[in-house]
Design a protein around this ligand. Structure first.
Ligand code: SF4
Length: 452
């Protein structure tokens, strides 16, 4: 009998800034979803682990939402938001909701909110201007060597923060054979495209044989080296990763799968198992998170998420600034928050576990990495760099030969001294690393009276 998923661990992000988990622990959230009679019945259904059954039993309307969660307080405007931007939640993902209000990250990402109707003028339907970069319908060609194929408009769940709210779920359909032919013809006439991202919608919502047909068509173009698939089913419908699907993907290697975990509460035994199946089959996996206010805009929470992803052999790839898409203003964070999170991660996590924080630029400008400032100053002879501890180091440029170009004036070195080689570093006192070094030096020092 299928059982409710338990997350692999509870998130603990104690101390400031306040974590969602802490808020929930303290919480006065409305009744726990596990009390939902409807959900209990479904969880006991012998088909719970069948992805097609999950798709058929998705919550698709506000009355169904109410049927699942009778104690849900329906905010005014919720129905209008659901009418404007489609609603779908798999029973599996609904079972991950721990409290029926916006303090629960899973709830926030799945259930429409009235805030989606807030429509400031700088939000648009297609902020990345994908529709302008489509040489043939459904194929976005923006970067020189890559193209993105919108293969379907269906998703297991319609994420409330989706960047393709204009398309996802309004009419559930997948690419026709005629369209696919056009796509293949375009790729064949552009051999500079070596990497095709199959996206949507969610490509794993298509039947395995349909996806197989699409991948076979892409593989018929000799210049296509890499196929990447973007899917959130790992998170919202992990039972989709069947042996049959994995075997089909293996036929088309190299195939990379990028998924979309935003919060540690989404890492469950089921989603971890889905990742294991893919990685064990030799499918490299990456994760693309979106920074969302009230969901994951917490440095410690992102650290926890990245650590757990790496443990599952999923490389944290991107942390996206929320796009300027209509209906998501309530999720947007200031850019400074993302930079602050990156500052927090550097030095705490290995480079392998740190995603790139990027803004997908408006007007189709593409991904722009945004980083804390590590290059402090440059002169013709030296560059002054900052590390995660705040230590400033002078890096001599090749032409300088590392020479001092001016004498150091007495006193503590300044940043100016570093720019011309008069000093090599400015070291904050009392960092953890300094303390370790001092302790080691003390251990290695010969006892008094034993000096050579
Ligand atoms: S799965 Fe992806 S495409 Fe579908 S709604 Fe979520 S973010 Fe959008």
């Amino acid at each position: 009998m299928p059982k409710p998923s338990a997350t692999t661990d509870d998130v603990s992000t104690a101390e400031e800034p306040p974590s969602l988990a802490a808020m929930l622990d303290a919480g006065d959230a409305t009744a726990a979803p596990s009390a939902s009679p409807k959900l209990s019945v479904l969880m006991d259904d012998r088909n719970w682990s069948d992805w097609r059954w999950q798709m058929r039993n998705r919550i698709r309307s506000v009355p169904q939402l109410r049927e699942f969660f009778p104690s849900l307080k329906l905010s005014p405007g919720l129905s209008r938001a659901a009418a404007k931007f489609p609603l779908a939640v798999t029973p599996y993902y609904a079972a991950q909701i721990r409290a029926l209000d916006a303090r629960d990250p899973v709830f926030s990402m799945a259930v429409p909110q009235i805030h989606e109707l807030f429509d400031p003028p700088f939000l648009v339907d297609d902020p990345l201007e994908e529709d302008h970069d489509m040489p043939v319908p459904g194929l976005v060609h923006r970067y020189p060597d890559r193209a993105l194929l919108i293969a379907t408009t269906t998703c297991a769940m319609y994420c409330r923060h989706c960047t393709r709210k204009r398309a996802a779920g309004h009419r559930e359909s997948c690419i026709t054979d005629a369209r696919l032919k056009q796509v293949v013809a375009y790729l064949a006439s552009h051999p500079e495209i070596s990497d095709v991202i199959v996206s949507g919608g969610d490509p794993f919502t298509m039947a395995t044989e349909v996806l197989d047909r699409i991948l076979t068509a892409l593989r018929s173009v000799p210049s296509v080296d890499i196929i990447r698939i973007g899917t959130r089913t790992i998170v919202t419908l992990p039972m989709r990763i069947t042996g049959e699907l994995v075997a089909m993907l293996k036929k088309h290697q190299p195939v990379y799968v990028n998924t979309h975990f935003n919060h540690p509460n989404e890492i469950t035994p089921e989603s971890a198992e889905a990742c294991r199946r893919l990685v064990d089959a030799g499918v490299p996996m990456g994760n693309q998170s979106v920074l969302l206010r009230g969901v994951n805009d917490d440095p410690r929470l992102i650290e926890t998420l990245c650590r757990r992803l790496v443990k599952m052999r999923v490389r944290p790839y991107y942390l996206f600034q929320c796009d300027l898409v209509r209906g998501v203003e309530h999720f947007r964070t200031p850019l400074a928050r993302g930079i602050q999170i990156m500052e927090y991660l550097r030095g705490r996590l290995s480079g392998l576990a740190i995603p790139s924080f990027v803004v997908d630029a408006p007007h189709g400008g593409g991904k722009i990495p945004v980083l804390p400032a590590y290059v402090i100053m440059q002169s013709p002879t030296h560059t002054v760099l900052r590390n995660f501890e705040g230590m400033l180091v002078s890096y001599p440029e090749p032409s300088s030969g590392g020479r001092n170009e001016a004498p150091h004036v007495a006193g503590a070195p300044t940043v100016f001294d570093l720019t011309h080689g008069a000093a090599t570093k400015i070291q904050p006192a009392d960092t953890a690393r300094q303390k370790r070094r001092a302790a080691r030096a003390a251990c290695e020092a010969p006892p008094a009276g034993m000096e050579e």
